[in-house]
Design a protein around this ligand. Structure first.
Ligand code: CP3
Length: 349
């Protein structure tokens, strides 16, 4: 394997010594960048995901424009339900829609078994092409949705306010729900393994909707499947990151899943989490994404707060506590990256 010119992110994932804290931003390849919007104007979102040249181009944009220490492959978590046979559409200014949502056990049986090398080959091609074009500048992250978060979209048919349909499904048809979760888990494990094989240096599992479950239901419907995936991923040294939003009550258990890194949303104090569980895993996060609406002084102050709270230890990857919002100024995103680069050195001497 070609040696990386900047491997700070990978070292931090393994809690090794670094010269400064690495930073990347969830949803860094996206609409807040005019350069992304220019590409997007010419193709719809799903075509972009399915065209390796376009996916590689927008994946690399934030490396050049913002200066982050890792790239994340441009794609979406919903390519998995699509590859299992559900029709997917991204509706302008509304979000994703999955047609004919799952409601019955018979709907689960109708889904296709995921064939990664056939139906998701375009993602693997995008990973290898991006890896080549990055030319070792920074590591490349692959990702997938957690089985719970994917099932939520598959049952709700899109975003949701009250999550009524998914709750009805798990409470009234738990057997069908577990059958679907198992099928998604095995598919996701194969998918993440294939991404690593294609060149991803690390993988992240997004459990965006973990936090809508009670602690007990979280263990039953989300955590055990995340654990199952991690135990099945074929990898050498590639770190696994788990980001479960709103799941402050299960951090200890998340740290025992076999993940190398736990991503934190902005509602917790990263220093407190570190003293509780930080020895087992590295931590990623956790600046409130809306701080980027603030002035440069505000951004600097809040970024330093996160760095100080984590303190003089290894095993921190700076990030936002959730994705960057589409109306954030790219200049503010770049300012944050520069501040973290400058201000984090003293925490690693
Ligand atoms: O992080 C990156 O830069 C890589 C690309 C990436 C996208 N989606 C591109 C995208 C990643 C990692 C995702 C993950 C994803 N997708 C998640 C989990 C992370 C999270 O934010 O919680 C979820 C829940 C989705 C589903 C999804 N895709 C939604 C809800 C939406 C609509 C809302 C929105 O932010 O636009 C999408 C569309 C989407 N995915 C866009 C991008 C750049 C915008 C599409 C466009 O250009 O119109």
């Amino acid at each position: 394997m070609k040696k990386l010119k900047n491997d700070l992110f990978l070292r931090a994932c393994k809690s090794k010594q670094v010269e400064r804290t690495p930073i990347w931003i969830m949803r860094q390849a996206g609409r807040y960048l005019p350069e992304y919007r220019a590409v997007r104007k010419k193709s719809d979102f799903i075509t972009m995901c399915k065209t390796p040249e376009l996916a590689a181009e927008v994946t690399i944009q934030p490396i050049d424009l913002i200066g982050v220490d890792a790239a994340i492959i441009f794609s979406d978590i919903l390519v998995i339900p699509e590859a299992m046979g559900m029709k997917l559409e991204m509706i302008e200014s509304k979000g994703p829609k999955l047609y004919s949502p799952i409601r019955l056990a018979s709907d689960v049986d109708k889904l296709k078994t995921l064939d990664v090398s056939k139906n998701l080959k375009y993602v693997l091609d995008a990973v290898s092409l991006t890896k080549k074009e990055l030319d070792g500048r920074v590591p490349l992250i692959g990702f997938a949705g957690s089985p719970w978060t994917l099932m939520t979209y598959m049952v709700e048919g899109g975003g949701s306010k009250n999550f009524s349909e998914i709750k009805k499904f798990i409470y009234n048809q738990p057997q069908a729900a577990h059958k679907l979760l198992e099928r998604i888990s095995d598919g996701v494990a194969e998918y993440l393994s294939a991404k690593i094989e294609a060149g991803a240096n690390a993988v992240q599992i997004f459990d965006t909707w973990g936090g809508i479950l009670s602690p007990c239901d979280f263990e039953e419907f989300s955590l055990q499947y995340i654990q199952r995936i991690i135990s099945q991923i074929k990898r050498k040294d590639e770190p696994v990151i788990v980001f479960a939003k709103g799941v402050h009550y299960k951090l200890n258990k998340l740290a025992d899943t076999g993940a190398d890194v736990i991503g934190l949303d902005w509602t917790m104090d990263i220093g407190k989490v570190r003293s509780k569980i930080g020895k087992k895993v590295a931590l990623q996060g956790n600046l409130d994404p809306t701080v980027l609406y603030g002035s440069e002084e505000k951004i600097r102050r809040e970024a330093i707060k996160v760095l100080k709270s984590f303190g003089k230890h290894n095993g921190h990857i700076f990030n936002l506590g959730h994705g960057i919002l589409p109306d954030i100024s790219p200049a503010n995103a770049k300012f944050l990256v520069d501040v973290v680069k400058e201000e984090s050195e003293i925490f690693h001497r």
